[in-house]
Design a protein around this ligand. Sequence first.
Ligand code: SIN
Length: 492
Amino acid sequence: MLTLSRSDLLRTQNYIGGIWCDAASGRWHDVSDPSTDTVFSRVPDSDPEDAQAATNAASRAFESWRNVSARERANLLKRWHRLILDNSEDLARLMSREQGKSLAEAMGEARYGAAYVEWFAEQATRSHGDALVPGMPGHMQLVLREPVGVVAAVTPWNFPLAMIARKIAPALAAGCTVVAKPAEDTPLTALALAALAEEAGLPPGTINMVTASRGNTPATVGSWLEDSRVRKLTFTGSTPVGKYLARASADTLKRLSLELGGNAPFIVFEDADVDAAVDGLMRGKFRNSGQTCVSPNRVYVHDGIYSQFVTQLKAAVEALRIGPAEHKDSQIGPMINGRAIEKIERHVCDALDQGATLITGGHRVRNEIADGPFYYAPTILGDASASMTLHCEETFGPLVPLFRFSDEQQVISQANDTAYGLAAYFYSQDPARIWRVSRQLEAGVIGINEGVVASEIAPFGGIKESGYGREGSHYGLDDYLQLKYLCQGNLE
Ligand code: SIN
């Protein structure tokens, strides 16, 4: 049973033009609890007809929303922010049920997502253009920042609240309207957010949300890709899907923000504070049970401290408690679905076949508490090497592969030996090394003596095949604004 203080936050319909409605086809798709792999709800299985209705509503709403004063937009976003915080326990319960993260983590995510809404409410009133020093006599030359138009937001299942909040909030703050499709595994948190946005007074059509199954998602989102009224796409998800979306939006030349896969290195130098490094790795790696795109994926440990590091890490990992979200002690929840757990198994098997040593874990877990098919024991593998699949693919689960190193330049080139460039981490107490290594690591986000780095005040996003565009910070608003240059002559 899913019990919410406000049962009206369990929404199971699309939200289009301010109306809650079923899919035009009348079809549904199931929502499952990953803790038990059982269906507990259903939402519309939308198709292009629903996506188009959302675009119609968003285009109409854009004509008035773009002219609403920034102060008024900010006030509405602030009301939404307040409602998210006031209802964070219900949002956390929904999130835990459909995604599997513990209630404590889900509460943290509600606050984290709400912080983006508050931040962009504040930024709405701080956006400005420029008055240029005229280049010609008798002229006035101005630069305006205008909203790009209708924005399509396609979001992942791993952070069902924060990812959609940090796309919708800047879009609305900038004066854009939104059509959104939450991940098929986790649509309920997003629909609850839309219900709170409605309650906050955001006008009909400013946020439109359609849900779809895995099978119907390409056609549903495809309707937005082809539609020239949709001027921007913002997506968080895998690199192959991001590349597909970039190709498919080329015909309408949309603005793109793509927050894609990662393969983060985590380097522990011989001068590191080992206690801090183990603590940072535990917080970064096991956040959301390792299902985070900035999760450390390859851990490089200097030869001189390798054994000490392994001993401390092993003790910390073996102390982690595995269980379902509602269990008060759970720290590691289930993987989202069968495909996710099979990927971890594939990485572990391949590494062991190639000579890795199993330090702890390496198997599924099923017991009285963790009573479902998707639990995987937090795992450490020693003696990992670059030929293993886990070196070039993101595992997205509770697996820590340890690579030994002895030389700074060698480890930097190993860390950069990936197509991805989202996050990188390192631990060192040498100020000169900190500067040197920060400059050389190829990533959009660098954690220095810190394992958890994301925040609403900072630009989040990658380089290389981890995508482009930034979320959060004052830079994050730019992705939703376009420049217009005004040149007035004959003034003298
Ligand atoms: C992600 O995994 O996509 C985002 C993680 C974060 O916000 O820290």
